[in-house]
Design a protein around this ligand. Structure first.
Ligand SMILES: [Zn+2]
Length: 396
């Protein structure tokens, strides 16, 4: 099992804090679990678990899920879980076409989800955020821990500024402070706003809460396919950010030296061929504007997967991951048939082109989050991250 670290490292200062982090992460990952099971699975002594759990209960983070069953089921252990009422966060997934906002509670339940067309003017965007926040939190924001914002672009190391979001035409935009200031003014609250690249958020959601991760997976690649193509990377159990927080921009790897011009300014970037806005993807049946997909032309779909595979095989040969997870608006429950074709074609090409047959055994999976996108769930986890990661592994 991976305990994903989203920050820049850090050292365990106290074993006690490490154990607290392990226990909170265990609850996040396993949902409802007994004290005995935590001790067994995470190799902690029973007394340590009992002590830490009772501290977490008194802090209000953990609750007993079935306390009234004790008599009925005799000696069976009591299940514990994260307390949904402890705190909540506002999660925002900024999309190139649509933006999603929701309230996410401490047990990771998504509530009051809202969607709107993304205004490209930042002031108009802030107005929308304010308007929908009022609807999502009619009770006010007093019990709101933080705001997590997933950006389709690059965010700087403070997690407050958008360096560039090419498809929205946003550059050097202090969006984090703009949201904080607006909230201070209109809601009279001082709430931290944490932004990150949306693919980073998605890979954390898949790694922490997704159903496609196996116990020993430590190298996980999430590929977001939409108007652009972005990837989130968990390498050796840690979110990989790179020096300037730009790692994972595989969408802009050059796949054709003299290829199509990209919004980033280069020629022949992979996303110009693999995005759902490409001519081939449109012919195949992807309708980005309405976030719908159906098979219009199966031959075009296979040709599109061939373009997609160029980048995927580079990722397989370059990173040798355990699993590659695909997400984005192409992934809807009514597109199962499309997904099966994509997976089959990709598997075939990977088997042919991977550097060794072992490397070619990488699993290709569909995102676990079909109802709500992984990016939104990840924005919620990110907003809570200082609690789950604790002081041990700081986020900046
Ligand atoms: Zn590019």
């Amino acid at each position: 099992m991976v305990f994903i670290r989203t920050g820049r490292g850090g050292r365990a200062s106290q074993q006690r804090e490490v154990n607290k982090t392990i226990i909170l992460n265990a609850f996040l990952r396993c949902r409802n679990i007994s004290r005995t099971e935590i001790a067994k699975r995470f190799n902690l002594s029973k007394s340590t678990v009992t002590r830490l759990v009772s501290n977490l209960i008194s802090e209000g983070m953990i609750v007993e899920i079935e306390p009234y069953n004790i008599k009925k089921i005799g000696r069976k252990a009591i299940l514990l879980g994260l307390n949904p009422n402890y705190k909540s966060v506002l999660a925002i997934k900024v999309g190139v076409t649509h933006t999603l906002m929701a309230k996410i509670d401490f047990a990771m339940n998504i509530k009051n989800i809202k969607s709107f067309f993304t205004p490209k003017n930042p002031q108009d965007f802030l107005d929308k955020v304010e308007e929908y926040t009022r609807e999502i939190f009619p009770e006010g924001l007093k019990n709101t821990h933080a705001v997590g914002v997933g950006i389709p672009g690059i965010v700087d190391n403070t997690f407050k500024n958008v360096v560039v979001a090419p498809n929205l035409n946003w550059k050097n935009l202090p969006l984090g402070d703009m949201i904080s200031e607006r909230f201070k003014k209109v809601f009279s609250v001082d709430i931290p706003v944490k932004m990150d690249n949306e693919a980073n958020m998605a890979v954390v959601a898949e790694g922490m809460l997704g159903s496609k991760i196996e116990f020993n997976d430590v190298n996980i690649v999430y590929i977001f396919i939409g108007e652009g193509v972005g990837t989130g990377l968990i390498l050796e159990g840690k979110l990989y950010r790179g020096k300037a927080n730009t790692a994972g921009e595989f969408g802009h790897m050059t796949v054709g030296r003299d290829g199509i011009k990209c919004k980033c300014g280069n020629l022949g970037c992979w996303e110009r061929y693999a995005s759902l806005g490409s001519d081939l993807a449109k012919r195949a049946g992807f309708d980005l504007e309405n976030e719908k997909a159906s098979i219009l032309d199966e031959k075009a779909l296979k040709l599109y997967v061939d373009e997609l595979s160029v980048g995927v095989i580079n990722i397989v040969n370059g990173l040798n991951p355990d699993v590659i997870i695909l997400g984005g608006p192409l992934i809807k429950s009514d597109t199962k048939e499309i997904w099966e074709i994509i997976r089959k074609e990709l598997k075939k090409i990977i088997e042919e082109k991977s550097i060794t047959s072992d490397a070619g055994k990488v699993r290709i999976e569909l995102t676990s989050f079909l109802e709500y996108p992984a990016e939104l769930v990840g924005a919620g986890i990110w907003a809570f991250w200082d609690i789950f990661e604790g002081p041990v592994l700081s986020t900046v």
